[in-house]
Ligand binder design. Sequence first.
Ligand SMILES: O=C(O)CCC(=O)C(=O)O
Length: 194
Amino acid sequence: MSFLSHVFRDTPVAMQSLTFKYGSEQATHQDFPYVVSGVTSHLAASWIALEAVHPDAGPLGYFPGSHTIRKFDWEDGLHYHPGVKKNPDHFKVHLEEECHKAGLEQKTFCAKKGDAFIWHAALAHSGRPVNTPGITRKSFVTHFSTKQAYTFDRRAPQQPPVKFALNGGLVFGDPIAPQDENVLTRGGAVPSIV
Ligand SMILES: O=C(O)CCC(=O)C(=O)O
């Protein structure tokens, strides 16, 4: 959170998280067309290895320097939404071709348990092929934006969010199922409501 506060020069806001048990084999992409914040560049992700990643378990792939390549035009701007003419396959081809032209080579992150990788939203990355079916690759990903850029929960953009201060950042309460147990206050943790 400290690193992201310095990079963004603003309070980070955790937008969403994903837990992976197996390699995702996701095609090469950048995050900003899919995880949309109010300021396109105010987006970063942390990827944390929950176990050592075997090279055959579909490690994370990434292209260092790919934040500088020509941006993809979905024929409707920078962001993906249902109805755009192009699809994620076109996006992947664009990214890999532009990286190739720029001489950027794909690297593979075979993390040790507990290693964390923080990427900016314009870093092209993917889930590499799983060569050993059934092998686990447990990891935890969080996408962060900022207080300035992410003011409403994307799941309920009309409704002012309930904000919790946690570890120097902000997390919004669940606007979809407020009757469910609040994971932010479970186990006696009492983050302050902002
Ligand atoms: O962990 C992976 O395989 C890919 C994760 C990813 O691309 C993402 O969360 O944006």
